[in-house]
Design a protein around this ligand. Sequence first.
Ligand code: ZN
Length: 307
Amino acid sequence: MSDTLQKFMFDHSLVRGELVELSEAWQHVQQRRSYPAPVNALLGEMMAAAALLSANLKFNGTIIMQIHGDGPVKLLVVECDASLQLRATAKLSDGATVADDADLQQLVNLHGHGRFAITLDPADKLPGQQPYQGIVALDGDSVATVIENYMMRSEQLDTRLWLAADAGVARGLLLQKLPSDGGKPVAGEDADAWNRTVTLASTLGREELLSTSIMTLLERLYWEETVRVFEPRHPAFHCNCSREKVGNMLRLLGRAEVDDALAELGKLEIDCDFCGQHYAFDKVDCMQLFSTDSVAEAVQPPGRQQH
Ligand SMILES: [Zn+2]
């Protein structure tokens, strides 16, 4: 069973929905790091949410979802591009301990300073164009609630989310009420569809969401509705890190800082937080970084480099 995202619509209504299940992509993230169970669940839920939003926003670029925590968890990051390629990672505070039953507030908003951010980074940026970023407080007891509030505030769209993740799978359901044209009722519209479909989805418990495939969930929840399903899509893990990007980061750090680190360590070794890929820059590599205009040229793999 491959990872799947299924869009659907209810006939004669302005309600659309999406279901996603991530297994392989989610395993990929967990292979490299093991997180305490509540952190793992939170990261998996964010991954499901990022895929749902990405497929929903029709935005050609990458959605970056971040939680900056002020508790035992410092950072959670999930990125998803328009072709539903995902990567995710989490960082805990040094020496952090996480209780098995820690909730969202205890994990990332212990002192009320936690923040949730969504960045929309366009694939084809115009010169000087900055990615759009929206930041909200971490109000609520679940990441689903935080995102629902965010969508209401930034997109003025009624959105409901049900998310769950364990070590095996991350699953999510999204329902959204599309705005009617100029607020006018649409002829033949089933005006009660939103309330009805949300009420039905609200019967969904965490265990059921974790143990039931998305197509079964769709049938089970909405067997009395006329549901139109679209061509399924297939999210996958992908990390777009590269030697060039690491080189760019080192250039941004600046020559003085890089020289200091080289003097201390002999060479710089950087592991990608998302996929574990190892990058090493020795003195010659670093010299090239700062002596050419093009990082792409300076970071050519050894062998093609002209020292
Ligand atoms: Zn990577």
